[in-house]
Design a protein around this ligand. Structure first.
Ligand SMILES: Cc1cc2nc3c(=O)[nH]c(=O)nc-3n(C[C@H](O)[C@H](O)[C@H](O)COP(=O)(O)O)c2cc1C
Length: 259
């Protein structure tokens, strides 16, 4: 299998960079082909903007999706986007490695999605979800959080980290990926001292060693459930008897009282 790891971290000596390398090693040990795309190392510009498109469908008013489709159809996508898109289309497995920054992904990775998930190439109104271009491929998030495992739990004060990742998972599902359960490493932060710091260091080292092993047996990892095409009515609303897989799409409107 071919695997693409996209790393979004500014520091090569970071825990995130070490996790990305451990993922690469684990996959390579199984004989897989791996490409690591380090977004900061290549100074990937995260802002989708008209200046990236020398040939424009409409030079007077920039519309991102129209220009993406126009350039894709003329083999004129920006070089750095073409390179990432080719790697994405080559890969059977996509791993996004990033630290949780403000309850989401770092801007450079969000920008990678904005620019590389090219309209007309990776998705269109007819090619999305189960009939998406990436159908048959798998994707997975590998995330670190500074907060504790208690604070990141469903009843924790940082909010349920797995739930916080839902919009990213849904974007991957939108372009057709089968999305595997994420890896979330909590307590990745400095500022501790004494035996507390020593214990945390050992735990993170242990977790780092596990990363490669996890990817050696990636085939057994469960996928996240999303609704099937038959679960929607003609308005795109969930049918009354359709199953609910997340609090983001359900049968009842969320209310302040929770009633
Ligand atoms: C801009 C910024 C925002 C952050 N936001 C969060 C957050 O929302 N939740 C959290 O648990 N940690 C947050 N952190 C802590 C990072 O997640 C933590 O430093 C990182 O996971 C550690 O990995 P690293 O050593 O590879 O950088 C934030 C850190 C930065 C720099």
């Amino acid at each position: 299998m071919n695997a693409l790891i996209v790393l979004a971290h500014p520091e090569v000596k970071s825990y995130n960079a070490a996790l990305a390398r451990a993922t690469q090693d684990g996959l390579q040990r199984q004989g897989h082909e791996v490409h690591l795309s380090d977004l900061y190392a290549q100074a990937f510009a995260p802002d989708e903007h008209g200046r990236h498109f020398p040939r424009r469908a409409n030079p007077l008013r920039f519309d991102a999706q129209s220009e993406q489709r126009f350039s894709a159809g003329r083999n004129a996508l920006p070089h750095e986007v073409r390179k990432e898109l080719d790697a994405l289309l080559w890969a059977d497995l996509l791993v996004l490695q990033f630290p949780l920054w403000w309850f989401g992904m770092p801007a450079i990775l969000k920008g990678w999605m904005d620019r590389v998930f090219v309209y007309g190439k990776l998705y269109s109104s007819r090619r999305r979800f189960h009939s998406g271009v990436c159908a048959g491929k798998r994707a997975m998030l590998s995330v670190t959080a500074g907060s504790s495992s208690d604070a990141c739990a469903p009843d924790g004060k940082e909010g349920d980290t797995r739930l916080i990742l839902w919009p990213i998972h849904y974007a991957l599902h939108y372009v057709g990926f089968t999305v595997l359960e994420p890896l979330i490493v909590t307590d990745v932060r400095g500022g501790r001292s004494g035996s507390d710091a020593e214990r945390q260091k050992l735990l993170l080292e242990l977790r780092l060693r596990e990363q490669g092993t996890i990817f050696e047996s990636i085939d057994g990892r469960p996928a996240i459930a999303f609704n099937d095409p038959d679960d929607w009515d003609e308005l795109g609303k969930l049918k009354p008897d359709a199953p609910v897989h997340s609090p983001f799409i359900g049968h009842e409107r969320w209310s302040r009282t929770g009633a």
